[in-house]
Write a new protein. Structure first.
Length: 156
């Protein structure tokens, strides 16, 4: 009878250990949580310099990644700028983006890309100073955004 009580006691302890009903002296690791949709703060538009005479002022709407708009114009040698104001048309921030490429047609090696979303800034209002005049081609691509584009001289 003594041995059966001892065997029963050992079985109860073994069962508790297997079930994990005992506390360990090591602290438990903190549980990390990952959110599926990160919250991105969108800054309000802040102008960095004043614009003068406009070469182009147009609103473009991009409903799919295949939408592409092209404009060609000549800008003076005075300092000028590209000004964009982006309005996302979707709450899916990862799929809303815009990109504008400025290519100098006299020197095609001189081209610059600017944009919103993706690898670019999420500031809805952005200004990009430009310095070289001449004929330019502007190619605009985007997805799920409407964009107000202004190309103009910069005021001193």
């Amino acid at each position: 009878m003594k041995y059966s009580v001892l065997a029963l006691f050992l079985l109860v302890i073994a069962g508790a250990l297997i079930a994990g009903c005992t506390q360990s002296s090591a602290p438990a690791a903190p549980v990390s949580t990952v959110t599926e949709n990160p919250v991105v703060e969108i800054a309000e538009p802040v102008a960095t310099f004043a614009l003068g005479q406009e070469y182009l002022h147009k609103k473009y709407s991009f409903t799919s990644q295949k939408d592409v708009f092209t404009e060609q114009l000549r800008v003076a040698d005075d300092p000028w700028a590209i000004d964009i104001t982006v309005n996302p048309t979707s709450t899916d921030i990862q799929n809303t983006w815009f990109e504008i490429t400025a290519v100098n047609l006299d020197n095609s090696a001189y081209s610059q890309k600017f944009g919103y979303g993706g690898t670019n800034s999420y500031d809805r209002h952005q200004q990009f100073p430009m310095y070289n005049g001449g004929p330019y081609k502007f190619e605009m691509k985007g997805n799920l955004v409407s964009v107000d584009v202004i190309i103009a001289t910069r005021k001193p």
